[in-house]
Design a protein around this ligand. Structure first.
Ligand code: UGA
Length: 433
C-alpha cells in the first residue's frame, strides 16, 4: 500500500519506518525542513535502538522517503496517517492546533479517495472534528479512522512489530478492510470499534498504567514506614493474573512525553463533560511528589544540602532514550540547586538535550559514570541505564567522599551495596546504614 505519514516525531517516524519495512511504500512528511534534511542525510533526530538501521535498509530498498511537501506525499498515497504532536496547553488540555493544520493541509492536497487515519493521541471527538475540517477544504471523498499507537520509547520498533493489540476505529466496512489488510503482517489481536471508543482506549490505557505506577509508589512509601520490601510485595501481587507484574516497579515516578500529558488531558476531557476524575487527579498528585523523595532522603542522610556535592546518574525519563520531556531529573536537579548543592550529572545519551532545558553554573556535566561520582557526598541514580547497574560497587564507594547511594529505581541488591560499605537508600525497601 502507499502511505503518507504526517509528522516525523516518535510515533510518526517509527510507524512510517516499520510500515515501509512491512513492504509498503511510505513517505514521511514533516513541515520542518531541517528535520527532513537530517533524515535524508541518513541521520536520526531521536535516539531509538535499531531505528537508524531500519531507515537505511528501507531507504535503500526504495520503500521509504522523507519530504516536507505534504501535497505531493498525499497525492501519491492511498492512506494518510496523521501523527503530529498533541502537546499540553497550560490548562492540561491537548493542543490540537497541529492536528487541525495537518487536517487542512491534507484536505487541500486530496486528489481522489483516501483514508485519513489518526495515530496521534487525541481527545474523544477529535476525529469527527478532523472530518469536519477536511470536508470544509475538499470536494474529494475520504474516510476517517482512529488507530492509536501503543509503542514505548526505547523499545519502539519491537513494540510496533509485536503489538499486544491493534485498535482500529472507523465508520465503514471498506475502510476497516483496508486497515486490517495494512496490519495483516502483524500477528496481534485486532480490536475493531467505533472512533470515539478507539480514542478513549488510548487515554484509558495510559491512565491505567500511570495509576499502577502511582499505586505501587504509594505502597512503597508505606513499606518504608512499616519495614516491608516493595519489590517482594510487587512480585507477590504480580503473580495474580488479574493484577499482572508489569508497571509495578516503584521508583521516582513516571515521566516522558506521554503519561504526564495524557493523564492531565484525560482529567480535562472528563472535566469538560462535568465529571471529576478524582482517582486520576490523585495519581497525578502522587506522581508529582514522588520524585522529591530523592531530596528528602538526601536530607536525611546529609542534613543541609548547602555546599554538598551531589552526583546524578541518569537524566532521561527512562533508559534507552535521549528524551528528557517531564523527566524527574529536571525537578530534582532544580531543587538541589535551589537548596545550594553543587551538582555533577551524567547520562549516556541525554545530556545534550538536558542542557538545553536546564543549565546552571552549579551543574558540572560529566563524561562518564565514575567521574561523576568521584569526590561526591552522595550519588543519586535517577535512570536505570544498564551501564549504572553493572558498575563495580567497591570501586565506586572508594571514589566518593562519602559512600551514600540514593537509588531511585531499586536497581541494586541491598546486600551487595552493604558489602561495599554504602549507606543505601532505595524506594520502598528498608534502608541500610
Ligand atoms: C508509554 C506507554 O507505555 C506506551 O504504551 C504508549 O504508547 C506511550 O506511553 C505513548 O502514549 O506514546 P513511554 O512513555 O515510552 O510509553 O514509556 P514507559 O515505558 O511506559 O514508561 C513511562 C514512565 O513510567 C517512565 O518514566 C518509567 O520510568 C515509568 N515507569 C514505568 C515506572 O516508574 N514504573 C514502572 O513499573 C514502569
Amino acid at each position: 500500500m502507499k502511505l503518507a505519514v504526517i509528522g516525523t516525531g516518535y510515533v510518526g517516524l517509527v510507524s512510517g519506518v516499520c510500515f515501509s519495512d512491512l513492504g509498503n511504500q511510505v513517505i514521511c512528511v514533516d513541515n520542518n525542513p531541517l528535520k527532513v534534511e537530517i533524515l535524508e542525510r541518513g541521520e536520526v533526530p531521536i535516539y531509538e535502538p535499531g531505528l537508524k538501521e531500519l531507515i537505511d535498509k528501507n531507504k535503500a530498498a526504495g520503500r521509504l522517503s522523507f519530504s516536507y511537501d505534504t501535497k505531493s506525499a498525499v497525492e501519491a498515497s492511498d492512506i494518510v496517517l496523521l501523527a503530529v504532536g498533541t502537546p499540553s496547553l497550560p490548562n492540561g488540555e491537548a493542543n490540537l492546533s497541529y492536528i487541525e493544520q495537518a487536517a487542512k493541509d491534507v484536505a487541500e492536497a486530496l486528489n481522489g479517495f483516501k483514508i485519513i487515519a489518526t495515530k496521534s493521541t487525541v481527545p474523544v471527538g477529535t476525529n469527527e472534528h478532523i472530518e469536519r475540517i477536511v470536508s470544509e477544504h475538499t470536494n474529494f471523498p475520504f474516510s476517517i479512522a482512529s488507530i492509536p499507537e501503543f509503542l514505548r520509547e526505547g523499545s519502539a520498533i519491537q513494540d510496533t512489530f509485536n503489538p499486544d493489540r491493534i485498535v482500529l476505529g472507523c465508520l465503514d466496512q471498506e475502510t476497516l478492510n483496508t486497515l486490517i489488510e495494512l496490519h495483516k503482517p502483524l500477528t496481534s489481536n485486532i480490536i475493531t470499534t467505533d472512533i470515539r471508543s478507539a480514542e478513549m482506549i488510548k487515554y484509558a490505557s495510559n491512565a491505567f498504567l500511570a495509576t499502577k505506577i502511582s499505586f505501587i509508589n504509594e505502597i512503597a512509601n508505606i513499606c518504608e514506614k512499616v519495614g516491608a520490601d516493595v519489590t517482594r510485595v510487587a512480585e507477590g501481587m504480580g503473580y495474580d493474573q488479574r493484577i499482572g507484574s508489569s508497571f509495578l516497579q516503584a521508583g521516582i515516578g513516571y515521566g516522558g512525553s506521554c503519561f504526564p500529558k495524557d493523564t492531565e488531558a484525560l482529567i480535562q476531557i472528563a472535566g469538560n463533560v462535568d465529571y471529576e476524575f478524582k482517582l486520576l487527579k490523585s495519581v497525578v498528585e502522587v506522581n508529582k511528589d514522588q520524585r522529591f523523595n530523592i531530596i528528602r532522603k538526601l536530607q536525611e542522610a546529609l542534613g543541609s544540602l548547602q555546599g554538598k556535592n551531589i552526583a546524578i546518574w541518569g537524566l532521561a525519563f527512562k533508559p534507552e532514550t535521549d528524551d528528557i520531556r517531564d523527566a524527574p531529573a529536571i525537578e530534582i536537579i532544580e531543587e538541589l540547586i535551589k537548596l545550594g548543592a553543587n551538582v555533577k550529572a551524567y547520562d549516556p545519551v541525554a545530556t545534550a538535550n538536558f542542557k538545553l532545558k536546564v543549565n546552571h553554573s552549579s551543574i558540572k556535566w560529566c563524561d562518564n559514570a565514575l567521574e561523576t561520582a568521584s569526590q561526591s557526598d552522595a550519588l543519586c541514580l535517577l535512570t536505570e541505564w544498564s551501564e549504572f547497574t553493572r558498575i563495580d560497587l567497591v570501586q565506586l564507594a572508594s571514589l566518593m567522599a562519602r559512600p551514600i547511594l540514593i537509588d531511585g529505581r531499586n536497581v541494586y541488591d541491598p546486600i551487595k551495596v552493604k558489602e561495599a560499605s554504602f549507606i543505601y537508600y532505595s524506594v520502598g525497601r528498608p534502608h541500610s546504614a
